[in-house]
Design a protein. Structure first.
Length: 251
């Protein structure tokens, strides 16, 4: 009887603790959902305002009369400045997107020094702006959603010198890339190639090791084999329970 009473008491205590933990987790999730709703509203408003500004300038561009589009450059400069102001945190969080912004700014400044800006040149600026704008807005929303939901992945880093390091069951947000994951677990140096698509990043060093070419692979569950990464690591979206690997191959 005493043994049964002890078991019963222990079970009650266990379930009480589980219920308490569950209630705390539920409260935390509800708070995060509330914050997500608020952040989503702010983000949507910001995106809509910038979309409106972009649409207005695009309309002027499409109905512009003449061959010199330099008259529209001041409005583009304001649009680019508003993009930086509204997405400063996201640009700071993702160096590759910050590099894309700086490249676009440099292109704008180069064209601003010319006395004549052609339709093709200004159109290219508009196209590049919208691509970057869309990515920044998406990344910002992914960051909000990632606070209440996460995926788990594993990463292997093979230094090519018989040193292999595994990072298992790493929590990551939806929409994160292999580049994001690698920077999360290691110190990464890389080169940025503006003309490379898809993705612009080539990793040159991981944890200060740069004795060769860094190549990445993903584990294909259907083939049961490693598959060479077909795009830049910053363009490869992680999937839940995905397994990835970096290998440093000798020069």
């Amino acid at each position: 009887m005493l043994v049964w009473a002890s078991i019963t008491t222990g079970s009650v205590a266990y379930y009480y603790l589980e219920q308490t933990r569950y209630r705390e987790q539920l409260k935390e999730k509800q708070q995060l959902l509330s914050e997500l709703s608020e952040n989503y509203g702010v983000s949507a408003t910001k995106r809509n305002l910038l979309s409106g500004e972009y649409g207005a300038l695009l309309g002027e561009y499409q109905w512009f009369v003449g061959e010199n589009y330099s008259a529209l450059m001041s409005k583009y400069e304001e649009l680019l400045s508003n993009l930086r102001r509204n997405y400063t945190l996201t640009l700071n969080e993702f160096p590759e997107l910050n590099a894309t912004y700086n490249n676009l700014l440099n292109e704008f400044q180069t064209l601003s020094a010319k006395s004549v800006v052609t339709k093709e040149e200004f159109g290219s600026l508009l196209d590049e702006f919208y691509i970057l704008f869309a990515v920044l807005a998406t990344k910002e929303l992914e960051g909000f959603v990632g606070e209440i939901s996460a995926i788990h992945v594993s990463l292997c880093i093979d230094y090519g010198n018989q040193t292999i390091k595994w990072y298992n069951n790493i929590a990551s947000s939806f929409g994160a890339t292999l580049f994001d994951l690698t920077r999360k677990v290691a110190s990464v140096e890389y080169s940025y190639w503006a003309t490379m698509e898809p993705g612009h990043i080539l990793v040159t060093s991981i944890n200060n090791y740069a004795e060769g070419y860094w190549l990445w692979y993903y584990w294909d569950d259907t083939k049961n084999e490693w598959v060479f990464g077909p795009v830049g690591c910053d363009a490869w979206i992680l999937k839940d329970n995905g397994i990835y690997k970096w290998i440093c191959s000798s020069y």
